[in-house]
Design a protein. Structure first.
Length: 446
């Protein structure tokens, strides 16, 4: 049998209340641990530095171990993107086929099939001030590179808002996390015998976004911890993790591309009198002097003459007509100056508790006194292991009645929403300098 599978292929019985509650708790815990993984990996040595050809944005890739399972290797990429919490949350909410295709193109995965087995906590996209919250059990089959068997996974997907309190300024910053963590369900058995696919395990993986001082700019962390299973050797598994993290810049490229297409659709924005190529002796963006045989390109959005390194050709469809446009990096990024990444982008140490807080108070400088402090160990205390069972008791069963209330579908026009707060209070020491190679981020194929 081939993919896609029939919509009724998996016989998913109705979950008992205790089973549903267990899966919800596990999803929320994996959400919290995904953020902890992203933060604690910022103390690991830099493995590679990538640069996007389209946005000129840099990204750092680090490799370390999982926050819970110290024997599991985890890769994490860090960059910044020009976007908002609502925009990235909508991108990861795959409620339509076009969005699923856009997601597959952006993350570089060839998705053979995907089905939602259970929707545990739906997102009310029609309600005013709806919370960016979703929990579901999904199944997905993906195509793997040559000589590697295709994989499938049954996993919990959790979307959650949280707040980040900076210890220095005591400023609350919004955040969003989309986590994936594999689970075993009787209704979704392995398909090795029937479809020759190997069951892949996601372990506390996902995407973390936190607002910065600059409006419209987010810190973005992409965390991948997987158990490929099968006969895949560790070196190949590490290479796949590295390649997946290297695609972190594609999200901003996708979002900027959508904005560019919208701008190109407005004919009034196109320049009527572009700059003359004969008069241009320097690139209008990088000030590079044109040599005798240097190529001069017209940006079809601003009309400025630029060099080949400061522009890209994009294929778009406007009014059902395919066309190609040459657009400079300045116009592609909406004129935003790409700054160097912070040398120490995060402070570490986490406190988390599920509680209610006013959406209007997210910019408040104070946090709830009911938060439970959980320190992330770094530097000298890096060998101290966090107690997984203690965390479950402390954060998931501490106030189960409030937890159930917060996870219920939000009523329309409500004034408050549940949120997950993270407080970072332990300084990360910058790792010792290590020689690393700088590679150019381009189109990375699976």
């Amino acid at each position: 049998m081939s993919f896609p599978l029939p919509s009724d292929y998996f016989d998913c019985p109705r979950l008992e209340p205790v089973e549903k509650e267990y899966l919800i708790n596990l999803a929320l815990k994996s959400c919290h641990d995904t953020v902890r993984n992203a933060i604690q990996l910022q103390s690991a040595p830099i493995e590679a530095v990538l640069t996007s050809d389209k946005t000129k944005r840099h990204a750092r890739i680090r490799r370390g171990t999982d926050i819970i399972n110290k024997s599991l290797a985890v890769s994490c990429a860090y960059t910044q993107i020009q976007s908002t919490i609502e925009e990235v949350a909508d991108f990861f909410y795959l409620d339509s086929l076009p969005k699923l295709r856009a997601y597959a193109r952006t993350v570089g995965q060839v998705v053979l099939d995907r089905q939602t087995l259970y929707t545990l906590v739906p997102r009310d996209v029609h309600a005013e001030n709806s919370r960016l919250h979703y929990i579901g059990v999904d199944w997905m089959a993906i195509e793997c590179p040559f000589l590697v068997a295709n994989r499938d996974a049954c996993f919990l997907e959790c979307h959650e808002e949280f707040e980040f309190l900076e210890p220095g300024t005591h400023a609350l910053r919004r955040g969003f996390v989309r986590s994936m963590h594999s689970v075993d369900l009787d209704c979704c058995p392995p398909l090795k015998d029937s479809h020759n696919v190997v069951r892949l395990s996601f372990v506390r993986s996902g995407h973390v976004f936190i607002e910065t001082d600059e409006p419209g700019l987010l810190n973005y962390y992409s965390v991948y911890g997987t158990q490929p299973n099968g006969k895949t050797v560790k070196s190949v598994a590490f290479a796949v993790q590295h390649k997946q993290c290297a695609r972190i810049a594609r999200l901003e490229e996708h979002l900027q591309y959508q904005r560019m297409v919208q701008a190109l659709g407005n004919i009034a924005k196109l320049p009527k009198k572009p700059q003359s190529k004969a008069e241009a002796t320097f690139c209008g963006r990088c000030d590079k002097k044109f040599q005798l045989f240097s190529a001069k390109k017209h940006c079809e959005m601003c009309g400025v003459i630029v060099c080949s390194g400061c522009c890209q050709k994009y294929d778009v469809v406007l009014q059902l007509t395919p066309a190609s446009y040459t657009v400079c990096t300045y116009c592609f990024t909406n004129g935003q100056e790409v700054k160097p990444l912070p040398t120490s982008p995060m402070r570490c140490g986490v406190i988390a508790d599920f509680q209610r807080c006013s959406r209007s108070s997210r910019r408040s400088s104070s946090t709830s006194s009911t938060c439970t402090k959980i320190s992330l160990t770094t530097s000298a205390a890096a060998n101290q292991v966090y107690d997984d069972k203690e965390f479950v008791l402390m954060d998931l069963t501490k106030d189960i009645e409030n937890l159930r209330f917060n996870l219920s579908p939000p009523p329309p026009r409500r004034e408050k929403a549940a949120s997950l707060q993270f407080y970072m209070d332990v300084d990360l020491k910058q790792p010792p300098a290590r020689a690393h190679r700088s590679t150019t981020y381009s189109s990375l194929l699976e």
